[in-house]
Design a protein around this ligand. Structure first.
Ligand SMILES: *[C@@H]1O[C@H](CO)[C@@H](O)[C@H](O)[C@H]1NC(C)=O
Ligand SMILES: *[C@@H]1O[C@H](CO)[C@@H](O)[C@H](O)[C@H]1NC(C)=O
Ligand SMILES: *[C@@H]1O[C@H](CO)[C@@H](O)[C@H](O)[C@H]1NC(C)=O
Length: 267
């Protein structure tokens, strides 16, 4: 059964509809909390409440009763609180988008909670978008524990602090890595050069330092390279010539010294 509610409130009796597969109420003006009952419908495959005005938090057991959930889209609401790691029990999850909400630091660092590693069992997960939330308590070091199935990762505008760990190179199916507008520091790890499927590397507007790693020249599929507004220095290697797919190169506002290799303009 497919349900499209166009207007009105969502009654908690929604939970009685125990055969819903697709629950789609995008672009409405629903307010108040999301009735938790929706997360108890075991048949549901898609929950999409994008662009509403829901507030409140998600239930701490959010993933426990959703064995068939493949897509959870809650972007553009006013949801707050922590993102429950119980979401990792929804083992069929493929697309998870919680961007543009008011979710806060996942859990205080003091609790040694590790959100990314809790998602490692989601072996179908392809897209994760947490952008535009205040995730300054996220334990960013563990990002390499995300499942290797991941193809698109967006954590833009989240106030995350930390350096990009070498383990990022383990996410071998990544096509988009977007970490724009955060407070990342330290070097771009050379292991990024192992992400051979990468088409977009967006790490601009951080505090990244050091040289642009030579290893980036291994990324033959790269179309977008956004490095602007960081503290990168040194020369730009002539090997950028290898980036045959490159279309967007942003290097502005760094401390780079040499000119862009002439070879780049060859094609
Ligand atoms: C969801 O189901 C569990 C187990 O059956 C139950 O304990 C819980 O109260 C239910 N929650 C809601 C909001 O219906
Ligand atoms: C959403 O709700 C807030 C109050 O919680 C209100 O100020 C705002 O205008 C609402 N936005 C829309 C698009 O209805
Ligand atoms: C990443 O891969 C390396 C080499 O295979 C391995 O030693 C390391 O434990 C992996 N890291 C994670 C977070 O899985």
């Amino acid at each position: 059964m497919v349900v499209h509610i166009v207007t009105g409130a969502i009654p908690s009796e929604i939970g009685n509809l125990q055969s819903i597969e697709i629950f789609n109420i995008v672009f409405n003006n629903f307010i108040g909390p999301i009735p938790f009952e929706i997360f108890n419908i075991s048949t549901v495959q898609v929950i999409s409440m994008v662009c509403n005005n829901f507030s409140g938090h998600l239930p701490s057991n959010v993933g426990f009763f959703l064995p068939n959930l493949q897509q959870l889209f809650l972007w553009e609401n006013q949801l707050s609180g922590t993102i429950p790691n119980s979401i990792s029990n929804a083992l069929q999850l493929t697309l998870l988008n919680l961007s543009n909400n008011s979710f806060s630091g996942l859990i205080p660092k003091a609790l040694e909670f590790n959100f990314f590693s809790s998602l490692s069992n989601l072996t179908y997960l392809k897209q994760l978008d947490l952008s535009s939330n205040l995730l300054n308590n996220i334990l960013f070091d563990s990002i390499g524990y995300l499942p290797t199935s991941l193809e698109e990762l967006y954590i833009d505008h989240c106030n995350i602090k930390g350096s990009i760990p070498r383990d990022i190179g383990n996410l071998s199916n990544l096509m988009t890595l977007s970490l724009r507008f955060n407070e990342l520091f330290g070097p771009i790890p050379t292991t990024v050069g192992r992400l051979h499927k990468l088409q977009a590397l967006r790490v601009d507007n951080n505090k990244l330092e050091g040289l642009i790693p030579f290893d980036l020249c291994h990324l033959e599929s790269l179309v977008e390279l956004y490095l602007g507004y960081n503290e990168l220095f040194g020369p730009i290697s002539a090997c950028v010539n290898n980036l045959i797919s490159l279309r967007y190169l942003y290097l502005h506002f760094n401390k780079l010294t040499s000119t862009i290799p002439l070879s780049l303009w060859r094609s």
